[in-house]
Design a protein around this ligand. Sequence first.
Ligand code: PLP
Length: 409
Amino acid sequence: PSAFDHVSEAPPDALFGLMAKYRADEAPQKVDLGIGAYRDDDGKPWVLPVVRKAEQLLRDDPEANHEYLPIAGLAKLTSAAQKLVLGADSPAILEKRAATFQTISGTGALHLGSLFLAKFYQTPEQSRPVLISDPTWANHVQIFGNVGLKTDTYPYWNKATRGLNLDGMLGRLREAPEGSIVLLHACAHNPTGVDPTKDEWKQIAEVMKEKKLFPFFDTAYQGFASGDLAHDAWAIRYFVEQGFELVVAESFAKNFGLYGERAGCFHFVGAPAPNAAEITKKVASQLAILQRSEISNPPAYGAKIASLCLNDPTLFAEWEDNLRTMSGRIIEMRKALYDKLVELKTPGDWTHIINQIGMFSFTGLTPAQVDKMIGEHHIYLTKNGRISMAGLNTKNIQYVAEAIHKVVT
Ligand code: PLP
């Protein structure tokens, strides 16, 4: 008899299930608004031109090889990634209180961070929970749960305004047990597309400081959201400036289009204190042990590409240009969808479509309306009404707007 008789069948991943349904649909007019990856105006994956150049440089390099990277990853990448997130003149870097490990993209960074916190940020008296926005990226809860951290939620989405529920969020943070971990999306909140304004971030920081809460930033869309790298990292830099000790999970999947290459970094930033550099060094030594036992060393190919782009000024400028192309197209699609819904006189206020940012938009469509979008119009989106702006293009936008119009009227 099997020792696994008791194992029940888990439901398939909802998003990957939706993608399979889309692929199986033979209707020529089908549209995929579920995807979490950038598509060009022809609905095709886009290899960034700067990434193609970096790949060519790698191919032409006679010294290139497939050796293991160090446990902490490619040093040229981790140092550049630190500057990218924290800012080149960050006091945390100058004071040597930032430690960075290359990870298996953003998911791996979240995992390494959560493992570290499960091991080193729990008290014997009370386990410190992780507060996650409601709603959030579907994977957050299971990543933290897998390492035994308790998760709870804070309100985020205001259904009525289709914007941020700041009062609900702050209220919940005020009630949280001291020392709780708070997961924050640095920009382009997934799935809502709603980010706090600078003033709202300041209020969040104030409450978190007062309640001694620990920020865990997830940054998966730097530069991809607004097209401006510093703008999209503003919240993280502000929290560092405010003296928080914090961690950051960074993904290069979206902003480099390196989805499958699994490039990312985990950053630890120690609190400003006279012994901060010493603490950071000890933390890094423990992270090295965790990393060694989990993955030994991170994947090299995507890291080499990202590193070339981040360290060469010409390639860096071209990358910024590519980022503006992607974010610009997405912002244009928001505007186009909004204009079409207004033109069609679709009932309701659709300004949230243009106010939201990043790849995703929480449309406010109900589960029943989503079912109709899929069943009657072959337009695929997640049950919560989230659409990926990257799936829209000049060829399908009229069709999508008309379908939304039909399902809401
Ligand atoms: N965090 C958020 C909010 C995301 O949306 C994503 C990707 O969709 C990730 C993290 C991590 O993705 P990856 O592991 O592909 O870098």
